[in-house]
Design a protein around this ligand. Sequence first.
Ligand code: ATP
Length: 331
Amino acid sequence: TLKIGLLTSGGDAPGMNAAIQAITLAAAHHKLTCYGFHHGYNGLINQDYCILAPDNVTNIIHQGGTILKSARCPEMMTQTGIKQAVSCLIKENIDALIVIGGDGSFNGMLAMQDHWQGKLIGLPGTIDNDLDGTDFTIGFSTAINTAINAIDKIRDTADAFDRVFVVELMGRHSGHIAFNVGVACAAEQIISFENFDPLAQESKLAKIIADIEQQKQNKAHSYLILLAENLWPGGAHALGEALKQQGNIDVGICVLGHIQRGGSPVAKDRILATKLGVAAIEAILLEKSGIMIGECESKITHTPLTKAIQHQKIVNDDLINVYDSTASHMS
Ligand code: ATP
């Protein structure tokens, strides 16, 4: 019988457990043996694994995190590490490896491709939604719901004091989280990669200050600025400080951080993860390799790993238009 290896790598995302469950159950259904490697690629390098049988994956579909644990694995950035990982797959006679993770994790698979003849299948598991070849990544829907719930609470306290708040959101280098959350929370400002040039920092600051003053003159109310991470030099704290110093504005600052990665996956992530997990096993049975399984317009898709990591998936124009037509910003 075929032996399947499975690991979760990089930033964890809600729904990874649902994918692990689906892969384990579908593997059992097709009488394949499933090996779960622990702590990302470290599990291959350290030969740290367990056999995943249906009994091991009961009652996990609703849990955040990953029962296989995730990790960064710097050794994979070296030829020695890659060869160690591959030698574990060869020693255990693994026929196919499924990696649930983001673009970094997919690069790990591509690095192994030169040294291993087995099948390599990627599943998009990241809250950032920054992989091509799938409308949504596993974890994104939960992450935006978590951020929305948190920001609704911030809005309450901001409203009570007619206060300005800067909230920093995750997303690595894309604005999928920022724009979806911003529209869902009716943020007055969204500052993201798609609409902000870091070289135009000073003029942006001046425009925000002018807008806040203008709004105050009309009627005092809370004012929410959502900022994508890795964009404004110094992040939310630097932006908040600049507003205080240059605009004499009382600003609350909140970096939402890792709460966006945790929590029970929402229905959309559970269902997506389950569909993609089953499709991964089906792809292996069809002898596919070097691909990411995704879902576009409700259809399962196979995208070469090299294409999935190209960062071509832009934030939906309609969403940006909605923000442009409804938010209070002056630019
Ligand atoms: P997320 O974006 O959600 O954090 P990710 O999979 O992109 O997920 P990374 O930290 O970029 O997270 O990568 C996870 C792991 O993949 C790394 O710790 C490393 O083990 C492996 N990896 C990343 N890039 C490479 C590469 N170029 N070659 C080999 N392995 C890599």
